[in-house]
Ligand binder design. Structure first.
Ligand SMILES: Nc1ncnc2c1ncn2[C@@H]1O[C@H](COP(=O)(O)OP(=O)(O)OP(=O)(O)O)[C@@H](O)[C@H]1O
Ligand SMILES: [Mg+2]
Length: 427
């Protein structure tokens, strides 16, 4: 049969006709769908605005809190638990609810905003080991101002939560992350140091912060290093926390014995530390030991020196010195170091320029004991403080403030007992 006859035959076939009709509907649907897609893309491009914020961005956590506040009715939540163990042993936990990954709709500024929080399952942020996340805000209209308003509000909300509090940061990968929830500022007066010591330190730091021009005029890097040294429990860490509170600064806590710390990472962290913060290197002796104290080769053979005190990890001593020198920024850079063993520190680490002010924080003297007693028992006559100091010093030597605090806590409501039982002070 010739081809034309075959096609004619098909045309007369009723099934073929029906099939042709179906194909026609299918094509129309496909075209309509395509049209809708194109229309949607067009609509999105011209009548919708979106804002994507990645978890790496500073404002990400602020925005999560903001969303939590505004998406009050959402039923899908995830939890972030903060855990804080106080020095006194009291443990405090707090649950922060955040909207879980997925879509949330928020009514804001007389507009509906769709908030989509996405979490990548396959991708993790190698620096922090957390899943890669982002939030995307979508709103109708063309006015971007709404996003600025949201960001601003989120920032203010976060700052309000931190008001009157000291934020602690730790290094997570290549960035600083707040840890725990901000602590209530510790008043400076609650840390009783020997007469004049606290004032000297506070004046020095304030003078430094207040005079950036002095440094730039002379071409001196705008940074200042402090070393607090002395026996354990005498108030080094407490004083630095209180000082940060006094200045309204946060604290960036850096552990040099962190085995994952490398020269590059330390350098980077030092340069990206949040503004208005104190970089705190606790127990600097634990990571490095003075080169003079390093065992000679024959001693090394017998390992007379504890291995823990040799440089650990990939952080080298010269790397540490370089990162201390390299922190040049227009912001005041304040580095505090603490140690129990100043004699173990290499002279290069504590030379002027790296450590500009060294302060010994020692065992309690008479003045300090008197004032601690008066602070703890303000209702008692002032002379009782002197009696307490007198008796404490005659019964013990080398009393640390932490021991005195522990003794007072045992005699919380018994100021007379605190003096009478002075023998138990070193418990
Ligand atoms: N001078 C002080 N005045 C008031 N309280 C103090 C003082 N020193 C220490 N304390 C109390 O003792 C405890 C331990 O103090 P802190 O951690 O500041 O000591 P430290 O000098 O940093 O010790 P370490 O060398 O072991 O780190 C804290 O609970 C603190 O409140
Ligand atoms: Mg300490």
């Amino acid at each position: 049969m010739p081809l034309s006859d075959f096609l004619d035959g098909l045309k007369d076939n009723p099934y073929f006709g029906a099939g042709f009709g179906l194909v026609g509907v299918g094509t129309a649907l496909a075209v309509a769908r395509k049209g809708a897609q194109v229309g949607m893309i067009f609509f999105r491009r011209h009548y919708m605005i979106t804002l994507e914020v990645a978890s790496k961005d500073k404002s990400y956590h602020w925005l999560l809190s903001w969303i939590t506040k505004h998406a009050r009715h959402t039923q899908h939540l995830s939890v972030k638990t903060s855990y804080l163990a106080h020095e006194s042993g009291r443990v405090h936990t707090q649950f922060d609810f955040h909207p879980s990954p997925g879509n949330h709709i928020i009514w804001y500024g007389r507009k509906w905003i769709r908030v989509e929080r996405t979490r990548e399952k396959q991708m993790i942020d190698l620096h922090t080991g957390t899943p890669w996340e982002s939030v995307t805000f979508t709103a109708l209209g063309r006015d971007r101002q709404i996003f600025f308003n949201i960001l601003q509000e989120a920032r203010e909300l976060a700052l309000k939560q931190e008001e009157g509090r000291t934020v602690m940061y730790t290094a997570m990968g290549a960035e600083w992350r707040p840890f725990g929830f901000p602590r209530r500022r510790r008043p400076l007066s609650s840390v009783v140091l020997e007469a004049g010591v606290a004032e000297r330190l506070v004046d020095d730091v304030k003078d430094f912060i207040g005079n950036p021009k002095w440094y730039t005029d002379r071409g001196i890097p705008y940074r200042r290093g402090y070393l607090l040294y002395g026996p354990p429990g005498c108030g080094k860490s407490s004083f630095i926390t209180a000082l940060a509170g006094e200045l309204g600064y946060s604290i960036c806590l850096m552990s040099l014995s962190d085995r994952t710390l490398s020269d590059d990472r330390l350098n980077h962290l030092m340069s990206v530390a949040p503004q208005q913060s104190i970089i705190l290197l606790e127990d600097v002796d634990a990571a490095f030991v003075s080169r003079e104290l390093l065992p000679t080769e024959s001693e090394q053979h017998f390992q007379v020196y504890p291995l823990a005190f040799q440089g650990m990890g990939r952080l080298t001593f010269s790397g540490l010195l370089n990162s201390l020198d390299g922190v040049a920024s227009s912001e005041a850079r304040i580095v505090f170091m603490t140690t129990n063993y100043i004699e173990r520190l290499d002279a290069a680490l504590i030379r002027p320029g790296r450590v500009d002010l060294k302060q010994y924080i020692g065992h309690c003297g008479r003045w300090q004991l008197t004032h601690m007693y008066r602070r703890f028992y303000p209702e008692e006559p002032a002379s009782e403080g002197e009696i307490f100091a007198e008796q404490a010093l005659s019964a013990h030597s080398e009393i640390s403030a932490a021991q005195v605090q522990g003794h007072f806590l045992l005699h919380k409501a018994d100021p007379v007992g605190a003096i009478k039982n002075i023998g138990q002070l070193k418990g």
